[in-house]
Design a protein around this ligand. Structure first.
Ligand code: SAM
Length: 318
């Protein structure tokens, strides 16, 4: 039995109407195993892992189906570092899926993973969960990968960053990425538009004026929020380092089929689909059948550092 297998899932008493929006049929599982998606996250995780002390604590917000915990277990085994990961997601299905994924790893001797089904239609609910689990200022890393755009509204996004700041040790890191910023489709919007237009035509829907569910903020807006929460922003993107602020990612057809199976993506792409009487099943299978051979997407990476007293960063580079 691995360490991870022994850890139960904690559920908040007020679990949520949203907890069920991923299910066994429609979920993030396949995309979280896509090689291009793993790679773009791996770069960010490895850069942060390299700076971690032994015996670290990493809180993974909106952890989904466990990609970050999976990567951390791999790295802990490789470098014999001991860690505790707390994986929080509002989807009960996702948390159970993460737990299964981690329990199935043959060799986890160094990393404990706790699982939390966090309520939330807003981020402050997520934060309440941590308060029962952790003492402020004990955490080395808080991550929120590919999910900040799903936290509704600027105020709730700011709460996530502020609470991350409160949890972190001085010198601790906030690790954020998103493929839903204003730069995500720069120069490649036509390709994405064609995919959606072909799916809309097959679904019998006209041109949509309805906005999707996801907030597209600019990288600068996110950086301002993170600075306002008290963090310094790590410089990324110099020529002598791998990790850049904006990363170009080629998503193959298999990745597009996988992301179409994530309800939030499908409902955002065909924003008036459900209200026009289409089922989620129809929307997803139509998007999948119309997926092109590949599309480019630009990921935004951001690393915040909680300053030591006095405010100056010791190391500005990853
Ligand atoms: C696109 S997935 C990314 C999952 C994971 N971070 C990864 O990179 O594999 C977004 C996840 O955010 C979760 N989520 C959205 N809003 C949330 C919230 N307010 N609190 C916790 N989780 C949330 C969703 O349930 C979903 O599992």
């Amino acid at each position: 039995m691995t360490i991870a297998e022994q850890m139960p899932i904690t559920k908040l008493p007020q679990v949520v109407e949203l907890a069920g929006y991923q299910d066994v049929k429609h979920n993030f599982e396949d995309f979280s195993r896509d090689p291009a998606y793993i790679e773009v996250n791996r770069e960010l995780i490895e850069a942060t892992f390299a700076k971690l002390p032994d015996n670290f604590v990493w809180v993974d917000l909106a952890a989904g189906t466990g990609l970050i915990a999976h990567e951390l277990i791999r790295l802990c085994n490789l470098y014999q570092k001991i860690g505790r990961v707390i994986a929080v997601d509002l989807s009960e299905f996702a948390v159970e899926s993460a737990q299964k994924r981690i329990a199935a790893l043959p060799d986890n001797q160094f990393c404990t993973v706790d699982y939390l089904v966090g309520s939330a239609t807003d981020a402050s609910e997520v934060i309440k969960i941590f308060e029962s689990q952790l003492v402020d200022g004990q955490v080395d890393v808080v991550s929120i990968h590919d999910a900040i755009h799903e936290i509704p509204g600027d105020e709730n996004k700011k709460i996530v960053f502020e609470e991350a700041y409160r949890l972190l040790k001085p010198g601790g890191r906030l690790s954020v990425n998103s493929a839903f910023t204003t730069t995500a489709m720069e120069g490649v919007r036509v390709g994405w538009g064609k995919w959606i237009a072909h799916a809309r035509r097959d679904l019998g829907l006209g041109k949509s004026l309805v906005e999707g569910q996801v907030d597209y903020l600019s990288p600068e807006q996110y950086e301002t929020m993170v600075r306002e929460a008290g963090f310094d922003i790590m410089e990324l993107g110099s020529t002598d380092q791998k990790l850049t602020r904006i990363i170009k990612v080629e998503l193959k057809k298999s990745a597009l089929v996988a992301i179409a199976n994530y309800p939030r993506f499908a409902e955002g792409a065909i924003a008036d689909g459900l209200s026009s009487g289409k089922t989620l099943d129809e929307i997803i299978s139509t998007l999948q059948s119309k997926a092109p051979e590949s599309l480019t997407r630009y990921w935004f990476n951001m690393v915040g550092i909680k300053p030591h007293k006095g405010g100056e960063l010791e190391h500005r580079r990853v």
